[in-house]
Design a protein around this ligand. Structure first.
Ligand SMILES: [Zn+2]
Length: 81
């Protein structure tokens, strides 16, 4: 069995199941809770973006994950929580 570590919080994902308990975005792997944070952060940003643009959306996700890898967590906007 493969041992997998979340690239954001660096915690081990026990018994990783793709799209169930861990999620991949480009070269990054994320655990479920970091993925939830990413989704929340994305949702918050998307609400303020008009018109919607898929290239922008894709870049936003990667930017949030890269930032999360550096900080060991995805930063969800304070007004969101
Ligand atoms: Zn994580």
């Amino acid at each position: 069995m493969k041992h997998l570590f979340c690239d954001v919080c660096k915690k081990e994902v026990v018994d990783p199941i793709p799209t169930r308990t861990f999620f991949s975005l480009r070269e990054f792997d994320m655990c479920e809770s970091c993925r939830d944070d990413l989704e929340a952060a994305v949702k918050y940003s998307v609400r303020n973006k008009k018109p919607f643009d898929f290239a922008w959306f894709d870049k936003l996700r990667v930017d949030l994950v890269e930032d999360g890898v550096k900080k060991n967590r995805i930063s969800v906007s304070k007004t969101q929580r």
